[in-house]
Design a protein around this ligand. Structure first.
Ligand code: TMP
Length: 204
């Protein structure tokens, strides 16, 4: 059977990367073959694009940013994802929904345009499950203030993140059975268990 594609989404400080790392350890322990990628970045060439996008010195027009995110995605798809699709479990820290949430719902770039390019790039690749990590405003403020090494996007205002998170919720509502909501205001240990439980269902 096809090995699943699992995506973690959510705004900064939502605990997304923590779950990706925890799941990575779990899969290693279980000796399940997988590849893990983050976006932007992930593959060698895509990491180069990440540096350009997220550098504090960059100040691109929002559509330039969009095209760079998509360019980084294409490198991952062509170099790693398509080759491993169905053969190994694929774990993605951000994917197509990030672009809709940030560049459409956050930055007001045309939805259809983003969707069209996303679909053109991913072609037949199907996502089996997306964990959407949600966070409340109070916790978001606390978490953002604790983060060191702020990148360009981390400097955006709270309101921007609220818009992006609302966008994520809208996206997930279009396809409820492909999304698991992780309420990051709940205890981490509980959420970790929930993630493992859901992944177990997919890999059995
Ligand atoms: P992260 O590595 O902390 O998740 O940061 C990546 C940043 O890039 C984050 O601010 C979200 C942003 N981003 C977009 O705006 N659009 C995209 O398509 C992707 C993949 C990321």
């Amino acid at each position: 059977f096809r090995k699943p594609v699992i995506v973690f989404e959510g705004i900064e400080g939502s605990g997304k990367t923590l779950h990706v790392n925890h799941l990575t350890k779990y899969l290693k322990k279980k000796k399940i073959k997988f590849i893990k990628l983050r976006e932007p970045g992930g593959s060698f060439t895509s990491e180069k694009i990440r540096k350009v996008i997220l550098s504090n010195k960059s100040n691109f027009h929002k559509v330039t940013d969009l095209l760079l995110y998509l360019a980084a995605r294409n490198e991952n798809l062509e170099n790693l994802i398509k080759k491993n699709y169905g053969k190994k479990l694929i774990l993605l820290d951000r994917f197509v929904d990030s672009t809709l949430a940030y560049q459409h719902y956050g930055m007001n770039i045309n939805y259809q345009f983003i969707n069209l390019i996303n679909n053109f790039l991913i072609k037949k690749i199907k996502i089996n499950l997306t964990f959407l990590n949600l966070v409340n405003n109070k916790n978001l403020r606390i978490r953002l203030s604790k983060r060191k090494n702020l990148n360009r996007y981390d400097r955006f205002k709270l309101n921007f993140y609220k818009k992006v998170q609302k966008g994520y919720i809208k996206i997930s509502n279009k396809n409820r059975n492909k999304y698991i909501i992780i309420d990051s205001n709940k205890p981490i240990s509980l959420n970790k268990l929930k993630v493992i439980e859901e992944v177990d269902k997919l890999i059995k």
